[in-house]
Design a protein around this ligand. Structure first.
Ligand SMILES: Cc1cc2nc3c(=O)[nH]c(=O)nc-3n(C[C@H](O)[C@H](O)[C@H](O)COP(=O)(O)OP(=O)(O)OC[C@H]3O[C@@H](n4cnc5c(N)ncnc54)[C@H](O)[C@@H]3O)c2cc1C
Length: 479
């Protein structure tokens, strides 16, 4: 059994791993070294914090606090000494390990534009990755009237919606022809741009930025088509880059991320990597569900709880966390190839749906706008179940009459295996079991299962299941 585990990074993966290790029996010393000065927080809730829908205390993660874990915040690791099995910190300390875990996450990309020095960004130009970034954006937005967001991907749009929610006239500048091109096709991008416009966010598409200038009065963004945009602040949302510097300098195998196998081992068996810094089977995940799944597997392997545990990627569902916009994209919704292709567009109502079906299974889907079938579509995709013969019900979100449609509409009929919380992989069965074990409120069920502690998108569903269990207390619930 591992005696001294050192985790570098107190972000969502590192903090979760510390919690998972603590939850397993055994005699080991766990040290977490985090460069950020804060206790661990829920990074994915920063968009919601920016939008003013939660406060700072609401985004704190509690799992690694206390619990006998040696948590050191504000400590940056500067080097790994693999032969001595030590890490070195910025203030010269050496900390020995038996097993080292890299959970260093990713950094926001600052685009190479004239006027932008990544090491010395002007006050009015802020990337969007950390709690400190979020505080700086909020400080700059205070009293501001307009904002520019560079980058029309998921995070850029969440930031833009949040700023518009605070009353700022907001423009998204995106070099591609449509928004969120990694998750959406052009038609969905166009409907989304229309919905955003109605919420106070305009889009400048297919035009790269070529320069930035700031002065005491604001920010100027020069575009390749000759336009010049002015605003009080500029948020940079131009993607992230895995933080691999330590691993690279120590001679570990690094591709785009730190290369890991199914056990999350790097090319050095005493060092693992999880979360945004890790590259597994050619894939950088950049999402919390896989980071938390990796933390679970690694804790099982390191503690010997399940030495055969292996990380198996699950299909990815992406949802936009922006008030007034319902958007889910999953699998490969835009690629061509054999199979059925079903689409429905109603731009006037901000509705778009696309389903890609092969061998009676969903291989990709986009659902934009109010579509009551969204829960069902996610479940069918997640579980790889056959789609109902009435495809229109899924596409249009009409009342659904098939057994496959039942999961979204009634907890009673929902199979136990249905994943309710995607971030934490919590099934309906796990929620029912926690209820049976004595958790009698939503908070208690959440505390017992962690459902709803990621993006929070399943909180209503968890509440619905708890309501149903309360009402059905005297009734036998499905096993
Ligand atoms: C605004 C926003 C919204 C998001 N929304 C979603 C969403 O809805 N759904 C989703 O799945 N994902 C979302 N994500 C992505 C998600 O937050 C990341 O996938 C997740 O945080 C990855 O966790 P991590 O621990 O690998 O990296 P991080 O959370 O970035 O943590 C890495 C930590 O390591 C520290 N570190 C780095 N180097 C060192 C060093 N040398 N010494 C000490 N410490 C170090 C860093 O300071 C950082 O605190 C969002 C991200 C952002 C920024």
């Amino acid at each position: 059994m591992t005696a001294r585990v050192v985790i570098i990074g107190n972000g969502m993966a590192g903090a979760r791993l510390a919690g998972e290790l603590h939850a397993r029996e055994g005699d080991r010393k766990v040290t977490v070294l985090g460069a950020e000065p804060h206790r661990a927080y829920n990074r994915i809730m920063l968009s919601t914090l920016l939008a003013g829908r939660v406060d700072e205390p609401d985004v704190e993660l509690t799992e690694a606090a206390g619990h006998g874990i040696d948590l050191r915040t504000g400590v940056t690791v500067t080097a790994l000494d693999r032969s001595a099995r030590e890490v070195r910190t910025a203030d010269g300390e050496r900390i020995a390990y038996d097993h080292l875990v890299l959970a260093t996450g990713a950094r926001a990309v600052v685009p190479p534009l004239p006027g932008l020095d990544p090491a010395d960004l002007p006050e009015r130009v802020v990337p969007f990755r950390t709690l400190d970034d979020c505080r700086r954006i909020l400080a700059a937005a205070d009293g501001a009237r307009s904002a520019l967001v560079l980058g029309g991907g998921l995070l850029g749009l969440e930031a833009a919606r949040g700023l518009a929610n605070r009353g700022l006239t907001t423009t998204v500048v995106h070099p591609r022809g449509h928004l969120m091109e990694r998750q959406l096709d052009p038609a969905a991008g166009a409907v989304l741009a229309g919905t955003l416009a109605g919420l106070g966010v305009t889009s400048q598409l297919a035009v790269p930025a070529i320069g930035v200038a700031t002065d005491a009065t604001g920010v100027r963004l020069d575009l390749a088509d000759g336009q010049t945009l002015h605003a009080d602040l500029l948020v940079l949302s131009c993607g992230v880059r895995p933080d691999t510097a330590l691993a690279r300098a120590a001679g570990l195998d690094v591709g785009r991320g730190v290369l890991v196998d199914d056990r999350l081992r790097t090319s050095d068996r005493s060092i693992s990597a999880i979360g945004d810094c890790a590259e597994h089977d050619g894939v950088l995940t950049g999402l919390v569900a896989p980071a938390w799944a990796q933390a679970r597997v690694l804790a099982d392997v390191l503690t010997g709880t399940d030495p055969l545990a292996r990380y198996r990627p699950r299909p990815v569902v992406t949802r936009l966390k922006a008030a007034g916009i319902d958007l889910a994209s999953m699998g490969d919704p835009v690629g061509g190839g054999p199979g059925e292709e079903l689409t429905f567009t109603d731009p006037s109502r901000g509705t778009y749906a696309r389903l890609r079906i092969r061998d009676e299974r969903l291989v990709g889907a986009i659902l934009l706008g109010d579509n009551p079938a969204v829960g069902t579509v996610i479940q069918l995709f997640d579980r790889g179940h056959p789609v109902p013969t009435d495809r229109r019900a899924l596409l249009l979100g009409r009342a659904l009459g098939t057994a496959a449609a039942a999961p979204a509409s009634s907890p009673a009929l929902m199979p136990d295996g249905v994943t309710v919380c995607q971030c934490n992989s919590v099934s309906k069965g796990a929620l029912v079991r926690s209820w049976r074990s004595g958790a009698r409120t939503v908070d208690a069920v959440v505390a017992a299962t962690r459902a709803g502690t990621g993006c929070g998108g399943c909180r209503d569903a968890v509440g619905g299941i708890v309501d149903w269990l309360s009402q059905a207390e005297s009734v036998e619930v499905t096993r």
